[in-house]
Write a protein that binds this ligand. Structure first.
Ligand code: ADP
Ligand code: ADP
Length: 217
């Protein structure tokens, strides 16, 4: 049984724009899945539906059992500029009402996981782009997620930093047994990182195989 089943999902915004149509997709436990597709094909919309931030206007999104703990990472690290790395990473635990000692221990562990130890007290403008992304990944890991959703996380980074983060992210997710949905428009990155690549095409977006894209024109 799949961890996540997306069945016949469509999404139409109030303004009338259809972002998705007839999307069928599964995510298996422990699987690293990339979703590849051009800008505007509906990748972010699909992730928002999986996060539960919006409800699909057609079809169903089914989790096996209870909805798992989900960690999310966006292209923009969205760190609080005035707050230290440790406070930024601990934010989800603060919002969940956890006590100070628990927040700090979990945040330190997550920071070490992404190789940012020593930078707990730094504020975001003191960090490189790659390090800010590491802090954002640590924040996604601090709540001990079972599923990680990433929306073009490394698109704004230079190639070398990106490759390093690709390698480390893959090793980390493997080690933790996480299921990952990784949205990207890089063919290389999707193939390099994932167990499986789902290709989105068309407008409104559908999930298809690579031959369907080649035939589109
Ligand atoms: P991608 O992530 O693949 O670039 P998006 O999911 O962001 O694509 O967008 C898919 C389509 O839905 C686009 O045509 C976009 O203009 C439209 N769209 C996205 N968000 C909204 C919104 N809040 N209201 C109306 N249309 C939207
Ligand atoms: P990453 O590949 O994680 O982005 P960088 O290549 O930006 O890392 O930086 C390499 C190393 O240089 C970092 O791990 C860090 O130790 C150090 N470093 C980078 N920027 C700063 C900074 N603003 N202050 C202190 N040390 C830094």
């Amino acid at each position: 049984l799949s961890l996540l089943r997306i069945e016949g999902v469509g999404h139409r915004f109030a303004a009338g724009t259809a972002a998705l149509a007839g999307v069928d997709l599964t995510l298996e436990a422990g699987e690293f899945l990339s979703i590849l597709g051009p800008s505007g094909c509906g990748k972010s919309t699909l992730l928002r539906l999986v996060m539960g931030l919006e409800r699909p206007t057609a079809g169903r999104i089914l989790w096996q059992g209870a909805q798992p703990r989900i960690g999310v990472v966006f292209q923009d690290p969205t760190l609080m500029p005035w707050a230290s790395v440790i406070d930024n990473v601990a934010l989800p635990l603060r919002l969940a009402g956890k006590g100070r000692a628990e927040r700090e221990a979990a945040a330190r562990a997550a920071i070490a996981l992404v190789g940012l130890d020593g930078f707990e007290a730094a504020v975001p403008r003191e960090l490189s782009g790659g390090m800010r992304m590491r802090a954002s990944i640590a924040r996604a890991f601090v709540g001990d997620p079972q599923v990680l959703l990433m929306d073009e996380p490394f698109a704004a980074l230079d190639e070398i930093t990106r490759l390093r983060l690709d390698d480390e992210l893959r090793a980390l997710c493997r080690r933790k047994g996480l299921a990952v949905v990784f949205v990207t428009h890089s063919v290389f990155e999707s193939v390099y990182l994932s167990d499986r690549v789902a290709v989105m095409t068309g407008r409104p977006g559908r999930v298809a195989d690579i031959r369907a894209i080649a035939r589109e024109d």
